[in-house]
Write a protein that binds this ligand. Sequence first.
Ligand SMILES: [Zn+2]
Length: 296
Amino acid sequence: MEIIIELIDENIQKQIKEELEYLLIIAESMEPPLRIHQILVPMDFEAKIRVLTKEDNYKFQRGLENAQVTVAAKIIESKDGIIIVVSPFLYLPTFDTMIRCFILTHEFTHIMNKDRFPKVPKDLFSSENYLENLYTLFDEYVADRFSFHLTERLFPPTDAWKLYNKNGVLSYINPSSHPSYYEKIKTEIEKFRIHGDVNLHWKNVVEAMNVISISTVHGFASHHQHPNEYADTKIPITPFVNSKTLDLMEYFKIKYENQETDLSDGIEIMSNYLTNFGVKFEDRPGNQGYIYVLDI
Ligand SMILES: [Zn+2]
């Protein structure tokens, strides 16, 4: 395991390294212990990810303007093993060890889940796509809940932590951003009715769909983890938080709390949820799948 800090100041390098060594004890005490090849804090997070993944258009900020999500850390599977790239942004004064513990433990849980979750069968286009989406969201849900559980046991809440989680549930779900996302997706559906190119349509809506879904999962994970704290928080109903969404979140809650990782019974719940975005995966002869575009 190596820790590489590419920031220039030697004192800062030393402090970051010491803290990472301390937080890595968590990864070593997981069952089975996580094998991490490298932890890297680069000067330029986005540029480093682009080099390491060869994804030239990787963006660490996603979504519509004013409603963006920012990636704080990323796991990369290299030929030498797993690399965790940590954004230097996390070392600004608004963040502290407790917050970085939460973010790193969240990543550790993703690594752990890679071995815990069953492989998705590739025999049918529709079930494969529903399950892939289902496991991706559940992975985020589990990572958040486990990381809250662990971080809040290790640290008494700091002021930075309280500020970071201030109104956590609603700021994650960000319901005020939903009307503009809804307009964006609805417009793309109208354009699709004219151009008919399903691949182009998918390219134009997938980011919005992912940003909304993952943010929603983060919000509900926090809500479920802190039932007393958020007892009075009213979650508004929006085009993307409706009964189909609540069913999916409840499904995740039950699976997590029963320590179940097999989601093969969740295809229908997921397919209902994705209709919020006008998405329906269909099978065509010869395992040629099709993404049917519904109106929203
Ligand atoms: Zn994550």
